[in-house]
Design a protein around this ligand. Structure first.
Ligand code: TGC
Ligand code: FAD
Length: 387
């Protein structure tokens, strides 16, 4: 039987028929196409690329865009889709977050008409994959200090630098590379095969094993001047992209938590110790109640965040609050579920531990938990505390 959802406060009643249909369609896709293969992909340490055309067919790439072949779905429907994908695996949701929020969004928002025509239809149809290179080996939380540079050379820019921890790095046909030109951060489209550009996979990950993560190397890499994103200027531009991806993560984390809760609840009802189901013990019930309560609170945060986003009223600090809360919540749920599953919980035959190790990454990427604490602390006190 497929997943029936975790909805203690009847939030389904607030959804439109279209939102429910999209959620249910992605739910079924995850049950039928993701869960049967995820263990193998995770163990093999590779992203299941066979899902890309299927996700494109479902309208999950360029999902909120009304042009260039995008499905044009609303912010809540998009969030629900990310929730379901991450119920499958954080790596699958990550692929979509990057393709949508970090590649399609910046090309659409900052690109020239020619760049949009060249890339958006292919990215939306899943015929091309993109990645987003902001982080560097020495600059993660503080991307403004990046060392990657671009210099003008006639009709070209020459790029030099290294980007680290880049999702989709070795799959990508195009990389959005952020580099300083005359001291100002600008975005460049660097195409696979460009001389001086290469990517290498990061091996031996214990988290996000079903996601492609790598480094990008730019060694006197010459890109045509037409590949500069004309309307992106300053750190604010990549941060605007991060808002899109962080929004999807806030919803996605709820999906991972729901998967863990569902699994722990079923297991607790079936597992017999001391001649009773372990679900009958108060300590186990307390853990399940904590999970359900925190999931419900996170769902309410997401729903309201989605309304604000759809109305173009969302503040990036509100997205920070949601990302920060929901990922920490999901990590806690995954840990509690792993605990309830006992020894079985450490194997890939169950989902909890895979979600647990994936969520360690989600806690760190797109702004660490503590960076979001500082973003919120600065907002409410008016006192910057990063430096
Ligand atoms: P700061 O001076 O605060 O900001 C520079 C300018 O940007 C504005 N701004 C934002 N604008 C839009 N959205 C946001 N979220 C914004 N945050 C700040 C700000 O108002 C300012 O504007 P202006 O007009 O005055 O120039 O910059 P800072 O250097 O002090 O940086 C502060 C900080 C910590 C907030 C920022 O750098 C940060 O968020 N750090 C975390 C880095 C991060 O999240 N990296 C993610 C890399 S991508 C990734 O992880 C992908 S994972 C993909 C996946 O697989 O799902
Ligand atoms: P650091 O910035 O070195 O932080 C280390 C610790 O110090 C953290 O606990 C942090 O909270 C703390 N810290 C830092 N500054 C402060 C401060 N001022 N006050 C208090 N504490 C502080 N990046 C991309 O650009 N594109 C991608 O597609 C991408 N995908 C990723 C995929 C994976 C699997 C992973 C693991 C990372 C990915 N990242 C990507 C990188 C990610 O965004 C960074 O790892 C993240 O921003 C944190 O940077 P860092 O790892 O360098 O940690």
């Amino acid at each position: 039987m497929g997943f029936s959802g975790v909805d203690y406060f009847g939030l389904d009643a607030l959804l439109t028929p279209e939102q429910r249909l999209i959620r249910n369609t992605v739910r079924q896709f995850v049950d039928e196409e993701v869960l049967p293969i995820i263990k193998e992909s995770f163990e093999a340490g590779r992203f299941p690329t066979q899902l890309i055309p299927k996700m494109a067919k479902l309208g999950l790439l360029g999902a909120t865009l009304k042009e260039y072949g995008g499905a044009g779905i609303d912010a809540i429907a998009y969030g629900l889709a990310m929730q379901e994908l991450e119920r499958g695996d954080s790596g699958v949701r990550s692929f979509c977050s990057v393709q949508n929020g970090l590649v399609i969004y910046p090309i659409y928002t900052f690109g020239s008409p020619e760049q949009k025509e060249r890339w958006l239809p292919k990215l939306i149809r899943g015929e091309a994959v993109g990645c987003f290179g902001l982080t560097e080996p020495e600059h993660g939380s503080d991307p403004g200090a990046m060392e990657t540079v671009a210099k003008r050379d006639g009709n070209y820019f020459i790029l030099n630098g290294t980007k680290a921890w880049i999702t989709n790095a070795t799959l990508a046909d195009v990389a959005i590379v952020w580099a300083k030109l005359d001291g100002v951060i600008r975005g460049f489209l660097v195409e696979r095969g460009t001389k001086g550009f290469s990517a290498a996979k990061i091996e031996h990950k214990l988290s996000m094993r079903a996601s492609d993560t790598g480094e990008l190397y730019l060694n006197d890499c010459r890109v045509p001047k037409e590949n500069l994103l004309p309307h992106a200027e300053g750190l604010k531009s990549p941060l605007m992209c991060l808002n899109q991806a962080r929004y999807g993560i806030a919803w996605g984390a709820v999906g991972a938590a729901m998967a863990c809760y569902e699994e722990a609840l079923q297991y607790a009802k079936e597992r017999i110790q001391f001649n009773k189901p372990i679900a009958s013990f108060q300590l186990v019930q307390q853990k399940l109640v904590e999970m359900l309560t925190e999931i419900t609170k996170a769902q309410l945060i997401c729903y309201r965040l989605g309304q604000l986003k759809e109305a173009n009223q969302v503040k990036h600090t509100q997205i920070s609050l949601a990302k920060r809360n929901n990922v920490a919540m999901a990590l806690r749920c995954a840990h509690l579920a792993r605990d309830i599953l006992g020894a079985n919980g450490i194997t890939l035959d169950y989902h909890a531990m895979r979600h647990l190790v994936n969520l360690e990454t989600v806690y760190t990427y797109e702004g660490t938990h503590d960076i979001h604490t500082l973003i919120l602390g600065s907002d409410i006190t008016g006192i910057e505390s990063f430096r």
